[in-house]
Design a protein around this ligand. Structure first.
Ligand code: S3P
Length: 437
């Protein structure tokens, strides 16, 4: 197991890029595999989560070539060209892999089994199993179908209109994936809009997708055609550097080529409301997704209330937003974020405990956190990541602005979403070291 030590850093200056968007990378592999013809992907994230998705499709007979320059070419098999995997599919730590594949596999003409690591096997799957079952899917799992391993007996599916109780892109996307194989149209209605990468990419691959507010529909009998895709940098990864530049003095960072999908940039709205100087420059559209460069400067932050519709638009960034709050003047309250309890780990419990460990006054709420900022955290040489990549990276950012820095254990998980994270910090001049225990 690796641990990381980071010392207080004076200022962060320069231009960086972050690896490809994790959500878009998953979808590019999935849709490329069931499209007709080749799909060429540039900028694909090669983190462990996405490699789990890639391996799953190789197991189902899809040829996927990884070129030395990072380009990935998928020879699509068409909607009905996947073959029965000979062994179980291991989604590793990746909820997106497991939930979206559950939808896609429900409509195949074969049997498959999905499992994952110790963290993923604890996460709720009923949220996809239940609606998919309404479509005729036959899915079996521990705890009455709520926990992996999940065994899926491919079935004839029928379309439906589903009123989702959750603003969850994983739920919506699982149903849309199944909808590609269903008789009749499939519609998902969300309480508020979650990230819409699946809808965008389905349309980009030529499917007829109808959207109206928080309602999305696909008709039966879609054909997907292979495309060239350029994956933008992941705003969820950029988020760590945005907060880092805001809370260190005399910093100015330009993060180039980042996805700025409106359903993902809640972090920018939140940081601006806290008084952060964050600007999006050179807005453009690439492969059906909005992209821009993000300029961030050191700022005096103030505490705010974060709740309601913004939560799904910033869900993965809330741990690092909690770090920003610890360095802001006044109190920040995060509410309506009970989803954080069922992410890679219970992120409310994890951030409350780790921030407290470095000297921040913080209390946990059933659906969020209350963080009292205003005094510089001391640091701690015995932080832990809870096995969660976003907790690890959030605490490393907290460490670089804390009085004595931090040491954090169990940091291998960073590679699930952000290989190269430590190297970028080194390139920016941070005093950071890794120790293999
Ligand atoms: C994701 C959706 C989000 C997010 C996760 C990735 C996706 O989860 O937290 O990291 O790629 O669809 P939910 O849709 O369950 O909120």
């Amino acid at each position: 197991m690796k641990s990381i030590t980071i010392k207080k850093t004076q200022s962060l200056k320069g231009e960086i890029t972050v690896p490809g968007d994790k959500s878009i990378s998953h979808r590019a592999i999935m849709l490329g595999s069931i499209a007709e013809g080749d799909t060429t992907i540039r900028g694909l994230l090669k983190g462990e989560d996405n490699m789990a998705t890639l391996k799953a499709f190789r197991q189902m007979g899809v040829r996927i070539d990884e070129h030395e320059n990072g380009m990935v070419v998928i020879q699509g098999k068409g909607l009905h060209g996947l073959k029965e995997p000979e062994d179980f599919i291991d989604a590793g730590n990746s909820g997106t892999t497991m939930r979206l594949l559950t939808g896609l596999l429900s409509g195949q003409e074969f049997f498959s089994v999905l499992t994952g690591d110790q963290y993923l096997r604890k996460r709720p799957m009923k949220r996809v199993v239940e609606p998919l079952s309404l479509m005729g899917a036959r899915i079996f799992g521990r705890e009455n179908g709520n926990k992996a391993p999940l065994a899926i007996v491919g079935s004839k599916l029928k379309g439906m209109t589903y009123n989702s109780p959750l603003a969850s892109a994983q739920v919506k996307s699982a149903i849309l994936m199944a909808g590609l194989y269903a008789d009749g149209g499939t519609t998902v209605i969300e309480p508020t809009l979650s990230r819409d990468h699946t809808e965008r990419m389905l349309a980009y691959f030529g499917a007829e997708v109808k959207r109206n507010g928080t309602t999305v529909s696909i008709k039966v009998g879609q054909k997907l055609v292979g495309k060239e895709i350029e994956v933008p940098g992941d705003i969820s990864s950029a988020a760590f550097f945005m907060v880092a530049a805001l809370i260190t003095e005399d910093s100015e960072l330009l993060i180039k080529n980042v996805g700025i999908n409106p359903a993902r940039i809640g972090i920018i709205d939140i940081l601006e409301k806290m008084g952060g100087q964050v600007k999006i420059l050179d807005k453009r559209e690439v492969s059906g997704e909005p992209v821009g460069d993000i300029l961030v400067k050191s700022s005096k932050l103030k505490g705010i209330e974060i709740k309601g519709d913004i939560i799904p638009r910033a869900i993965d960034e809330l741990p690092v937003i909690a770090v920003a709050a610890a360095f802001a003047d006044g109190v920040t309250e995060i509410k309506d974020a009970q989803e954080l309890r069922v992410k890679e780990t219970d992120r409310i419990a994890a951030m409350t405990s780790e921030l407290r460990g470095i000297g921040v006054t913080v209390s946990d709420l059933p659906d969020g956190m209350k963080i009292e900022g205003g005094k510089r955290p001391i640091g701690n040489d015995s932080c832990t990541s809870w096995g969660d990549h976003r907790i690890a990276m959030s605490m490393i950012i907290a460490g670089l602005a804390s009085e004595r820095g931090i040491t954090i254990s169990n940091t291998d998980c960073i590679d699930t979403s952000f290989p190269g994270f430590v190297q970028i910090l080194k390139n920016l001049g941070c005093r950071i070291s890794e120790l293999q225990e």
